[in-house]
Design a protein around this ligand. Structure first.
Ligand SMILES: [Zn+2]
Ligand SMILES: [Zn+2]
Length: 322
C-alpha cells in the first residue's frame, strides 16, 4: 500500500510499504481520506518513522470484533479504552481505568490501509462523504464538541478563542454555530480570515484590545504566555478551557486567580463514545464542518498542502487515498 512518509523539516513523500495484517479481533479499514491534525506539526518538523495521521475515514475491509460488516463506511476514533471497565462501558474511554490508548495498530493513518482496534470504528451519518467523515470523527469536530459539553456557552455570550490552529478553528465553528459571539486572537492573517468565515464576530492579533472581559476563554495555542493571558483576561468568576496542549509548567498565583477572582481553569481532551450523539446532532442541525477544510487534495499532492499547513496558510488539510 501507499503511505505518507514524514522525513522531517516539513518534507513528506508517498512510499510503498507492506499491507498491514489485522491481529485477532482487530479491524482492517481501507482509508479513503485522512486529515492533518494540528498536533502533527512537531512530528512534521522533527521527522518520525512513518507518519502521525490519526484522523481518517474509509471502508471496512475486515470488521474484526466490531459490529460492522465489510463494505461499511466508517470514521475512526484515535483513542480507545479497554472496553471492559466501568468508565469504558459508560462510554468514557478517555478515563479508562486501564488507561486510554491509541487505536492505531499499524502506524499512522495517512495511508491506504489501517489496522485499528475494533472499538475505534464509528458509524458515519447517512450519506456523509468520507472526507467530511475524517473531520467528523477526528479531532476537528470531536475536540470542540467535547469542549462544548464540558463548558457550555449561551447564545449571544461572548467567547474568546486564543490560537487558530485546526482545533481553535473548530472551537470557533462550534461556538458560533451555537450562537456565541466569538472573538478570536491569532497572529496569522490567513487563519483570522478563515475564523471570520467560520462565524467569528471579530478577530485580532495578540496584543489587540478585545473589549470587555469574556466569561469563557478557550486557550488553543498551548503557549505559556497565552495561558497566562487567558487567565488574566477572563472575567472574574469566568472559565478558561485549556484545549491547546502544553507540557511545560505555567506559573499561577492561586490566591489571586482562584480565590479572589474565582476563576475556573479546566480542560478537555479529544472525545469519547459519550460525546458522539452530540456530534451527530450538530451534523443533523447543519453544522458546516466542511468549511474548515482549505485543502482537499489527492495524497500524491500532500507536500504542497502540508507546506501550507506548516506555514499557517491552512485550516484543515484533507488527503484523499482513492
Ligand atoms: Zn490530533
Ligand atoms: Zn476501560
Amino acid at each position: 500500500m501507499r503511505a505518507l512518509r514524514n522525513h522531517g523539516q516539513g518534507r513528506v513523500s508517498l512510499v510503498e510499504v507492506r499491507d498491514p495484517v489485522p491481529g485477532p479481533g482487530d479491524a482492517l479499514v481501507r482509508i479513503e481520506a485522512s486529515a492533518v491534525c494540528g498536533s502533527e506539526r512537531g512530528a512534521l518538523i522533527e521527522g518520525v518513522d512513518g507518519n502521525t495521521g490519526h484522523e481518517a475515514a474509509g471502508i471496512v475491509v475486515e470488521p474484526g470484533a466490531s459490529r460492522f460488516r465489510a463494505g461499511d463506511r466508517v470514521g475512526l476514533s484515535a483513542v480507545v479504552g479497554c472496553g471492559e471497565c466501568d468508565r469504558c462501558t459508560a462510554g468514557q474511554e478517555l478515563h479508562c481505568r486501564r488507561g486510554p490508548r491509541s487505536a492505531a495498530k499499524s502506524g499512522g493513518w495517512h495511508a491506504e490501509l489501517a489496522v485499528v482496534s475494533a472499538s475505534a470504528l464509528r458509524e458515519l451519518p447517512f450519506g456523509m462523504d468520507t472526507g467530511v467523515g475524517a473531520l467528523f470523527t477526528g479531532d476537528a469536530l470531536g475536540v470542540p464538541s467535547r469542549g462544548f459539553g464540558r463548558v457550555r456557552s449561551e447564545p449571544a455570550e461572548r467567547v474568546l478563542v486564543i490560537g487558530l490552529g485546526p482545533v481553535g478553528l473548530g472551537h470557533v465553528l462550534v461556538r458560533a454555530f451555537e450562537g456565541a459571539e466569538v472573538v478570536a486572537i491569532e497572529p496569522a492573517e490567513f487563519r483570522r480570515d478563515l475564523a471570520l468565515k467560520l462565524g467569528a464576530r471579530a478577530v485580532g492579533a495578540p496584543g489587540d484590545d478585545i473589549g470587555h472581559r469574556p466569561r469563557l476563554v478557550i486557550e488553543c495555542s498551548g503557549r505559556p504566555e497565552s495561558i497566562a493571558y487567558a487567565l488574566d483576561v477572563v472575567d472574574n468568576g469566568g472559565v478558561v478551557l485549556q484545549s491547546g496542549e502544553c507540557h511545560s509548567d505555567v506559573p499561577i498565583n492561586p490566591s489571586k486567580t482562584f480565590i479572589r477572582r474565582e476563576i475556573t481553569y479546566t480542560g478537555a481532551w479529544y472525545y469519547a463514545t459519550e460525546d458522539y450523539p452530540a456530534m451527530c446532532a450538530l451534523h443533523e442541525r447543519g453544522l458546516p464542518l466542511a468549511h474548515m477544510c482549505t485543502h482537499d487534495v489527492d495524497a500524491a499532492h500532500a507536500q504542497d498542502a502540508i507546506t501550507d499547513f506548516l506555514g499557517q496558510q491552512a485550516g484543515k488539510v484533507l488527503l484523499r487515498w482513492t
